[in-house]
Write a protein that binds this ligand. Structure first.
Ligand code: SF4
Length: 64
């Protein structure tokens, strides 16, 4: 699985971290998303997809 985030779109809501805190994190200074794992294992797909769906900025893309 390939995950990408667009920090220019991110509004720092943190929904992605709630969904998958092993894949996404937020910068301490402004809450903007950072990617902890750009190639998570397949068993994380459901949670990573959920993060992409709930992201209010549509800043997360997932390719299987
Ligand atoms: S859910 Fe979207 S807007 Fe919120 S922190 Fe994550 S990437 Fe940024």
């Amino acid at each position: 699985m390939k995950v990408a985030v667009d920090q220019d779109k991110c509004v720092g809501s943190g929904q992605c971290v709630l969904a998958a805190d092993d894949v996404f994190d937020q910068r301490d200074e402004d809450g903007i998303v950072t990617l902890l794992d750009a190639d998570p294992p397949a068993q994380r797909l459901a949670d990573v997809r959920h993060a992409a769906v709930v992201c209010p900025a549509l800043a997360i893309t997932v390719e299987e």
